[in-house]
Design a protein around this ligand. Sequence first.
Ligand code: SF4
Ligand code: SF4
Ligand code: SF4
Length: 347
Amino acid sequence: MGPPRRAEDRSQPIAEIDVLWITAGLGCDGDTIAMTAAMQPSIEDIVMGALPWIPKVRFHNPFLALENGEEFVKAFHLAAEGKLQPFMLVLEGSVPDEGNKDEGYWASMGTDRTTGQPITTCEWIDRLAPKAWAVIAAGTCATYGGIHAMEGNPTGCMGLPDYLGWGWRSKAGIPIVCVPGCPVQPDNFMETLLYLLNMAAGRAPMIPLDDALRPAWLFGSTLHEGCDRGGYYEQAQFAEEYGSPLCIVKLGCWGPVVQCNVGKRGWMGGIGGCPNVGGICIGCTMPGFPDKFMPFMDQPPGSLLSSAAVQTYGRAIQALRRFTQASLNKEPSWRNRRNSAETRGDA
Ligand code: SF4
Ligand code: SF4
Ligand code: SF4
């Protein structure tokens, strides 16, 4: 196949690519852990070459690597020096504001070989992003700041688009690709990575992203639009406490306005997903998370109006449906000839 190709231009198919994954943003590493549950495809499918027609992938993630210390960061140094091409950069965790204090640092990975000083996460981003074929933000901390960027936090942290700029594009002309979720739904991330690998192979057009830089096909619908509990909502059957199969909007579910697919997709192998297992949606895929969704567990303000409106006709509809259902649960009268004949005294 020859040596890896430089990828200044997307018309050149890429045969091999490195994925450099930094978990040294302000985060909890939950996105990497979530990724080990991915099945569509799994990490193993990608790195073991189980999928045809995509580039060979070398995956560098500190949690999943056998190497550690200097041996692990070697690929990152080479990439920063322009000696490892092409590569995708993945950031997990939010980007702190290293300029908001007089001393110390908020986040780092590895040490500078000459000074022995920590290399901050911001320095890694500054060194690697301009050389990356594509940049992906994994999880809500990396995409929009997430929990660490809550009002009043001392780090001044932010998501990658706020750090690099919302109009930023990689050397291959690709915008920052944001796959939010706290943590990110495993298959959402791996499917996005697979899309980009197909792009790298010259087999897919530019990845479609929405205004928040999320893959449009994954985040185009609200949770509510695909929720298993939607029928209960429509009939105004609302749970008053946890443990009920009914709609949980009154317990604090933000599903009607949150763009998320876990209701349909589940969490692992189609199983799980917040409302499917009784969990209210707290809006973790949204740029306004968490501040705009707090206090959690209060009924969302907009839903007070919509659930009250649903209440006025939902119960009437439910009663009518029960009536129809009772009829549909009976066989048509002509199938019961024997009883009819007995009744008539013909038998
Ligand atoms: Fe952890 Fe959530 Fe941040 Fe991911 S988005 S690093 S899971 S807090
Ligand atoms: Fe909508 Fe949430 Fe109720 Fe599901 S549980 S139907 S997402 S309000
Ligand atoms: Fe996050 Fe809500 Fe989706 Fe659960 S359902 S993953 S809380 S956006």
